[in-house]
Design a protein around this ligand. Structure first.
Ligand code: ADP
Ligand code: ASP
Ligand code: MG
Length: 407
């Protein structure tokens, strides 16, 4: 008998039949005697639809009200799933984030979980009830509803698994595991049976939407093993585990494509200390998530700094850059939203060289121009034009023979 945390994503609870399917799967575990805490996302594309609806009423809605609105999606799912379980004879009780008391900070739309009160859940588990918890939402100390960032139900599940010291944390989704790249983009992608936190975190940050990156961070911090699997079959999925459990340290475990970033280049910055610090501190204060940064120096002691930011923060980034240039007294800038970031990730890179060369060669063979490069110990990312992003992804995937491997 174990305590199992399961999370079902939007597609898995996409309509009433699918909710019934999920209930049947839960019943199977319940009948085996397990204690179950189930986290659910909003049905299908509900969250996107709610966002669209809000924007029709007010193009710049207050973040507080947006969170009140978006949290309703998950509230619908928990109630329907509890009803479905009740109907097939499984005692269940639903909880919103606030009812559990998933306490977060005050950053609406990207709140961080600070504490989870497990009292009510434990009480209900003792009474042999399945606890169904709304993903993606919490509450701040003043009882304002908060949300954890898009895809944040994964984080709710992993954080609950950590807080409850669960034996298993299963993330049910619409693919049967983590693949070498998005199987919906590259048909020859292969399922990875086991991957370490460090690689998974990097893949998630760089665009592998199958897991929310902060959920992987929390899993790594509290040693929660995540099992990513499909809610549509019983195939074993992918285990996300500590590095010492991985036998084979491959050079490239997976590749990713990100198309929601823009590049900004700030030109003619005088080559003197403090200016880069000034620019990036301004961006940090506005909570802008800067990803790649590349600086090049011209002959006349003038620098160009190029960096990428999420497309949806381009407006505010533009204002900050304009203010920076104005105070500096000269300079100019240029924005390109027409970019894609393609990355290769693997812990084997720590001890082996040659990955960059092979990756660039694969792009050269396809005549794809590289606009920016950034590397870390376990990843290499390049910026290319958006229209060749998918071609670049496939070229790199094939160059490292990820279409052939069985991890
Ligand atoms: P859920 O609603 O269940 O949370 P998501 O849409 O958030 O589902 O995540 C699953 C999707 O992630 C898949 O349908 C797939 O297209 C995408 N994905 C991106 N990269 C990968 C990858 N490396 N492996 C598996 N799926 C991936
Ligand atoms: N419903 C939220 C979203 O669409 C959270 C989630 O699905 O994990 O982002
Ligand atoms: Mg998701």
């Amino acid at each position: 008998m174990s305590l199992i945390v399961q999370k079902y994503g939007g597609t898995s609870v996409g309509d009433t039949d699918r909710i019934k399917n999920v209930a049947n799967r839960i019943k199977m575990y319940y009948d085996q005697g397990h204690d179950l805490v189930v986290v659910v996302s909003a049905m299908g594309h509900t969250t996107d639809q709610l966002i669209e609806m809000a924007k029709k009423i007010n193009p710049h809605p207050k973040a507080r009200e947006m969170d009140v609105l978006l949290s309703t999606g998950e509230q619908v799912s928990i109630a329907l799933l509890a009803m479905a379980l009740d109907y097939i004879g499984v005692p269940a009780i639903s909880f919103t984030g606030a009812q559990v008391r998933i306490l977060t900070d005050k950053k609406h739309s990207m709140a961080r979980i600070q504490e989870i009160d497990t009292t009510r859940i434990i009480e209900q588990l003792k009474q042999k009830k399945v606890c169904i918890v709304a993903g993606f939402q919490g509450v701040d100390e003043d009882f304002n509803i908060t949300t954890l960032g898009r895809g944040g139900s994964d984080l709710t599940a992993v954080a609950l698994a950590a807080a409850l010291n669960a034996d298993e944390c299963e993330i049910y989704t619409d693919v049967d595991g983590v693949y070498t790249t998005d199987p919906n983009k590259v048909q020859s992608a292969k399922k990875i049976s086991i991957i370490c936190y460090e690689e998974m975190l990097e893949l998630a940050r760089l665009g592998a939407g199958v897991l929310h990156s902060r959920s992987v961070e929390v899993a790594s911090k509290y040693n929660v093993v995540i099992h990513v699997r499909s809610s549509f079959n019983n195939n074993p999925g992918t285990l996300v585990v500590p590095e010492d459990k991985i036998m084979e340290k491959v050079l490239v475990r997976g590749v990713t494509l990100k198309t929601d970033e823009a590049r900004i280049s700030v030109m003619d910055i005088p080559d003197r200390p403090g200016l880069a610090a000034d620019l990036f501190n301004r961006l940090a204060r506005a909570d802008i998530n800067v990803d790649m940064i590349v600086q090049s120096t011209g002959k006349d002691q003038k620098n160009t700094i190029s960096f990428t930011v999420p497309v949806d923060s381009i407006h505010i980034t533009k204002e900050i850059v304009e203010a920076f240039i104005k105070e500096m007294g000269n300079g100019s800038y240029d924005i390109d939203e027409n970019i894609a970031i393609v990355s290769a990730v693997g812990i084997g890179m720590k001890s082996h060289s040659g990955v960059a060369g092979k990756m660039f060669e694969a792009l050269a063979k396809e005549n794809i121009n590289i606009e920016m490069i950034s590397t870390s110990e376990i990843k290499i990312s390049v910026v290319v034009k958006k229209d060749v992003g998918k071609k670049a992804l496939e070229a790199i995937h094939n160059a490292f023979e990820l279409d052939k491997v069985q991890f």
